[in-house]
Design a binder for this molecule. Structure first.
Ligand code: SF4
Ligand code: SF4
Length: 148
């Protein structure tokens, strides 16, 4: 079994905090699509869309497609085990300079490569908060603050 510290990605993201790793949103999206199919929602939605309060049902096809994309968001493992984006520039950089993670890098506070995470949705800069904490207390103490 992997040590909990192995679940910290190079960028400081703790894999069990991420729905791509846990598959939580992917499973819900898959199950909702399945329920939609069971109830033949593709036939029902256009009929309901004619009722003023259900007008938004006209977007059913798009919603189904969107859920399909969410259902595919599944990492095959933790970052350190090869999960995450195969071409992740952060992992490439950290492994190239032989660091266990960006918290060991003196440039992490202003790193442009790390900043790309904000474009991909980490607008709260959770990765930066994690990296500061891991640098301060170390990976072993950091994972002890996690319940999963
Ligand atoms: S693949 Fe990249 S972005 Fe994803 S957890 Fe690993 S280092 Fe972070
Ligand atoms: S330069 Fe950036 S991506 Fe590379 S190890 Fe340092 S903080 Fe991480």
């Amino acid at each position: 079994m992997a040590r909990k510290t192995d679940l910290i990605g190079y960028c400081g993201i703790y894999c069990p905090d991420c729905p791509s790793y846990t598959h939580s949103t992917a499973n819900l999206a898959r199950d909702l699509r399945s329920e939609f199919r069971r109830h033949k929602f593709d036939k029902v939605a256009p009929v309901l869309a004619k009722i003023p309060q259900y007008q938004t049902f006209k977007h059913y096809d798009k919603a189904y497609e969107f859920l399909g994309a969410i259902a595919k968001m599944r990492c095959k493992g933790a970052c350190k085990a090869g999960g995450g984006g195969p071409g992740c520039p952060i992992r490439k950089c950290a492994t190239k300079i032989r660091l266990p993670g960006c918290w060991k890098c003196d440039s992490f506070q202003d790193c442009k490569t790390l900043r790309t995470l904000e474009e991909y949705g980490d607008t709260n800069r959770l990765y930066l908060k994690n990296l500061r904490k891991i640098r301060r207390i170390g990976p072993a103490a950091f994972v002890k603050t996690k319940t999963t």
